[in-house]
Design a protein around this ligand. Sequence first.
Ligand code: TXA
Ligand code: MG
Length: 348
Amino acid sequence: MIELNTVMLRADNEQDLSRAAELIKSGELVGIPTETVYGLGADGLNVSAVAKIFKAKGRPSDNPLILHISEPSQMEQLCHDIPEKGWLLAKKFWPGPLTMVLPAKPIVPKVTTANLDTVAIRCPKTESTRKLIELAGVPIAAPSANASGKPSTTTAEHVLHDMDGRIAAILDGGACEVGLESTIVDLSGNKPVLLRPGGITPEELLDVLGELEIDKAVLGQIDSDAVVRAPGMKYKHYAPNAEVIIVSGNANDAASYVRRRYNEQTAVLCFDEELSLYEGLNPTSYGSEEDSMSLCAGLFSALRTLDKPEIHTIYARCPSGGGAAYAVRNRLNKAAGFCIVSAKEDTE
Ligand code: TXA
Ligand code: MG
C-alpha cells in the first residue's frame, strides 16, 4: 500500500470542508466526525473508492458498509419498499444515531453492501458532516474509522493513530458526543429486528415500532462461521490487545477479586464511583454507573488508553440495566469475547 500524507482538516472551517468534499468526489478516503464515532468515509457509489475502505481498515469483504445521507428523503434514491415504519423512525430519530437496513436499489454497488440485497442507511446528526455529504453530492459510505477489530475511534487523534498514511485526510470535529456506534434496526423483513444497540435505546424504538425482535447476536456469543444478519457482529470486536475480563458482582466483591489477581501486567476499568476501591491499583474509570450516557462516551477512549503492550489483562466493570447501559454491555461483552467471571463465587 502506498503511504499517503494524511492531512488534518477542521470541520468548522468552510475551506477545509470543501477540500474534504473534493477528496471524497475524487475517490479518496477521509476520516469524518459523527455524533457516534468517527467514520472512514468514501463516495459510497464509487466501487474503487469503497474498495479502498476495506483495504485501509483491513476489513473482511463480507462486512457491509453504512451509507450516510444529508437528508432523510435521500433514502428513496438508495432503497425501495421503504415501510411506513421507516419514515416514522426517520421523523423521530434523524438526524441522529440510528441506522436502518432496507432493500437496496441497483444504484448501490455490491461492494458497499457486501453482496446483500439490503443496504444500511443513516442520516448523522453532526451538521458539518451533513454539509460535507451535501457538498460531495453523493452518499458517503463509512464504517467506524478504526483498524478492523479495534475499539472505534471517538477523536481525530484516535483516527490518526489507526489510519495515518492510509487515508488522504481527517476532518477534526472534536470528541464524539455519543461515543458508541449507531443503533441498527433491520426493516427489510416482516418484523423490525434490532441488530446492534446504540444511542437510540430499544425502549425508544419500541415506542415507535410497537414490536421489536432482538437479533441473537446482540447479547449472545455466536460461532464465527454462523450466518448473522449484521455480518460485522460475528467478529471479535472493539478489543484492545490485552485480554478483557468482565468482573460481575457487587462493587466490594469485584474489587477483592481483582486485588487478589492484580500485578503489573493488569489494568482495572471501573466506574467513577468505584475508583476508591481500587486505590493503589492505578484504576481507569470510564464514566458514572448512574449515568449510562457517560459510560457510552468514555468506553472506547478508555479501552484505547489501556491498550499498551505491558498490559496483558484488563478487569472491567460492566453496567446492568436497560437504556444506554444495554449498548455499553453489548460492546464490553464483545471486547471481552464474552468472558465474564463472577466475583461472588470466588469469595465463597
Ligand atoms: O455509528 C455508526 O454507525 C458508525 C458511524 C461512522 O456512522 N459506523 C459504523 O460502521 O459503526 P461499521 O461499519 O463499523 O458498523 C456497521 C455495522 C456492521 O456490523 C455491518 O455488518 C452492519 O452495520 N451492516 C451494514 N450493512 C448492513 C446490511 N445491509 N445488513 C445488515 N447489517 C449491515
Ligand atoms: Mg465498526
